[in-house]
Ligand binder design. Structure first.
Ligand code: BTN
Length: 326
């Protein structure tokens, strides 16, 4: 019930003008006090709403909401065929949502995007801050016909797809950090969380989650504990989240299909061209262990090549993180 009321409130506010508390209360069949509480909750979710006595509530900045129709219209001009897309206003996590659907009917390339995640998840059990309407939170289901062994390349393929979409729409070249981060001007722009379900042999399921910073507010930035950036700070083109979602879905499907057919080999050079640490000194952190070496890029399976005392070690994914001396 609260969720429906909040979604209706956001739709009314997104039109841009003042919305009277009294009118909202009558429309929704609740008291004005209840409306005020829901407005407080939306503010807590990251929306900047102010109130003027006698006029009502207004969003501080205009907001174009995510829309399935708009995304599908942009997708129609893309290269891949339109896939099933679900647009949610408020959700726990787009990854969790698709994970829950694996056991029922889910089709290849199915997508879930949301305006707000109450329990957005990052890698290594971290939280992913997901304020309302500010960024992109997108997940896609992809069945791995080759089994879980193919999962290692997935995050690299996804990072390249994010790079393609940003290049195509805004002409910007991002930096890639193994295994699944996207940087711009040496600060984190986007993160990827891949979750898997299935047996070691035979087809398995993957959920590919992407969180891409677009418009970071000062308030949201306070709780981020690493250097970050957002896309709107690097382009004069006003970011249209529906268009960006469509282009990202299109780029992701193209890359995933290519990966399924040919593996990673044809993408390794592209990765190296954008590898933030290529031939630089790095530290590989696994739990409380650290190895120092020179980053020598990736191999055809997507493993990291780390040169330690003149010998190149092959490092497979998992709970590892790479830190550099940039
Ligand atoms: C990371 O860098 O730690 C990965 C962040 C991944 C965040 C995205 S947002 C969409 C999807 N849903 C989630 O709960 N997480 C991913």
């Amino acid at each position: 019930m609260s969720k429906t009321i909040r979604e209706t409130l956001v739709r009314s506010l997104a039109t841009g003008g003042f919305v009277s508390g009294q009118t909202l209360a009558e429309q929704l069949g609740v008291s004005r006090t209840a409306i005020a509480k829901h407005i407080d909750a939306l503010t807590g979710m990251g929306l900047d709403i102010f109130r003027v006595q006698g006029k009502g509530y207004k969003l501080a900045k205009p907001l174009v909401l995510l829309s399935k129709d708009a995304i599908n219209t942009f997708l129609a001009s893309g290269k891949t065929q339109t896939k099933s897309i679900e647009v949610h206003s408020i959700i726990d996590s787009t990854n969790s949502y698709l994970m829950r659907r694996i056991s029922s009917q889910i089709s290849q390339g199915e997508v879930c995007v949301a305006e707000y995640q109450s329990a957005g998840r990052g890698r290594r059990g971290r939280q992913w801050q997901s304020p309302f309407g500010s960024h992109l939170y997108l997940s896609m289901y992809w069945r791995l016909e080759q089994g879980i062994a193919a999962a290692m390349g997935l995050s690299l393929v996804t990072a390249l797809a994010v790079s393609d979409a940003i290049k195509q729409l805004y002409g910007l070249s991002v930096q890639l950090k193994w295994p699944n981060d996207i940087y711009l001007t040496n600060r984190k722009l986007a993160g990827i969380l891949i979750e898997l379900e299935g047996q070691t042999s035979g087809p398995s399921h993957s959920i590919i989650g992407i969180g891409l910073n677009l418009n970071m507010s000062a308030k949201s930035a306070e709780v981020i504990d690493q250097p970050w950036t957002d896309l709107q700070s690097h382009t004069r083109i006003l970011i249209d989240r529906n268009q960006l979602s469509a282009v990202l879905i299109d780029c992701l499907q193209q890359r995933l299909s290519l990966y399924q057919e040919q593996g990673l080999a044809s993408m390794v050079t592209q990765w190296h061209n954008q590898d933030i640490y290529l031939n630089k000194k790095v530290r590989l952190v696994t739990g409380d262990r650290q190895i120092e070496g020179l980053c020598r890029g990736i191999n055809n399976q997507g493993a990291l090549l780390l040169e330690v005392s003149g010998k190149v070690k092959t490092i497979y994914g998992g709970e590892v993180s790479l830190r550099g001396e940039l």
